[in-house]
Design a protein around this ligand. Structure first.
Ligand SMILES: NC(=O)c1ccc[n+]([C@@H]2O[C@H](COP(=O)([O-])OP(=O)(O)OC[C@H]3O[C@@H](n4cnc5c(N)ncnc54)[C@H](OP(=O)(O)O)[C@@H]3O)[C@@H](O)[C@H]2O)c1
Length: 258
């Protein structure tokens, strides 16, 4: 019998992703192409990077992939134990924050300073029909999927040509019974990102919405586990970074199942 995840992912397996041949960052000057990396300094200066949701499945994989490639890597999440261990292992800076607390987000933004790359990898899901959806769950998902992004953009400062990356969804894949709060908050974040792209243009900040298929992380725990076709988070992270560090960065990056 197909799992809930298999049902959700069933239409997400069509296309094979098209990868750019080389990914030279513009202002960021990061490149994951091995040929170019060998010929260049793979540890560019001046790339100040913050991952929000760094303690999550995709966030941790992104952190591992970016460690050593950027001059300064800030990792944020709520789970202090995971955060401290990850930061220690990667030589990164841990900056714990609850994304629902405005003062914590404000303090975090002040601590990390002007960013070249901000990745919003925080998120939460719950499974509940509209008849059963609790106010607490709706608030939790709103904070993790939408409110935290709004606060981060309220307080973050950026260097010219900075990139903001927001991990999003394929709306069709998640528009299923039980996921109303997830759908509403993820699509809210997508709308917010589209407006932010216009508002921040004059600051030279660019935005990329990354559409992801199912990725095997703990996000799926409330949904009885990820589908068998789910991407490994390391694979997802590699594809995300290949896409968002391309020049020019796409407004929308579509990552597909293998
Ligand atoms: N996995 C998938 O199949 C999939 C598919 C499409 C899109 N996405 C999106 O990709 C992103 C990452 O997902 P994931 O699979 O890596 O999820 P995950 O493993 O469940 O990680 C979620 C992350 O969000 C953080 N977080 C949640 N609420 C927070 C809050 N109030 N304040 C601060 N941090 C908070 C968690 O921090 P703590 O654990 O430290 O509390 C954790 O770092 C999410 O936006 C998700 O919607 C995922």
């Amino acid at each position: 019998m197909p799992s809930r995840g298999d049902e959700l992912a069933e239409s997400g397996q069509k296309a094979v992703p098209k990868r750019p041949s080389c990914w030279m960052g513009g202002a960021a000057r990061i490149c994951f192409c091995p040929t170019v990396q060998a010929a260049q300094n793979p540890y560019p200066r001046g790339v100040n990077t913050l991952i929000l949701g760094a303690t999550g499945g995709i966030g941790q994989s992104l952190a591992h992939r970016l460690a050593g490639l950027v001059s300064r890597l800030w990792l944020s999440g709520r789970n202090g134990q995971i955060l401290a261990g990850l930061a220690r292992d990667l030589g990164a800076q841990a900056v714990p924050a609850e994304l629902g607390h405005e003062l914590e987000v404000q303090a975090l933004a002040a601590e990390v300073g002007p960013l070249d790359l901000l990745i919003y990898a925080a998120g939460a899901v719950s499974k509940s029909s509209l008849r059963e959806l609790s106010g607490a769950d709706l608030e939790r998902l709103t904070t993790a999927n939408l409110g935290g992004l709004s606060l981060a953009l309220k307080y973050a400062t950026f260097n010219p040509n900075a990139r903001v990356v927001v991990l999003g969804v394929y709306p069709d894949l998640i528009t299923v019974p039980g996921l109303s709060a997830y759908v509403a908050t993820k699509l809210g974040a997508e709308g917010l990102t589209n407006v932010a792209r216009k508002e921040f243009r004059r600051e030279g900040v660019r935005f990329c919405l990354v559409r992801l298929p199912a990725v095997a992380t703990m996000l799926w725990a409330p949904l009885a586990g990820a589908p068998k076709t789910a991407l490994h988070p390391d694979d997802a992270a590699t594809r995300i970074l290949e896409g968002v560090l391309a020049e020019p960065m796409p407004d929308v990056l579509e990552v597909r199942s293998a």
